[in-house]
Design a protein. Structure first.
Length: 75
């Protein structure tokens, strides 16, 4: 049985997290810590390889200091 393809929206959120981290010159490990996430889990989210729950989206947006909607904007 093959794994389901990850939805495009998950990839967009991951890419946006990655871009915000770069723009703000943050460290991934600090964002993971501030989000109360394992660094490897955050990296999987950033790569668009894992779907995250809304609770994690909220925690990541707070750690990044952005509105949740910014994570979902298609660039």
């Amino acid at each position: 049985m093959r794994k389901k393809e990850v939805p495009e929206s998950v990839k967009i959120v991951g890419n946006n997290i990655n871009e915000i981290i770069k723009e703000k010159k943050l460290k991934v490990r600090h964002v993971a810590s501030d989000s109360d996430l394992d660094i490897e889990a955050l990296r999987r989210y950033m790569l668009g390889k894992q779907i995250m729950g809304i609770d994690k989206v909220i925690r990541i947006s707070k750690a990044l200091g952005v509105e949740i909607s910014e994570l979902f904007q298609k660039t």
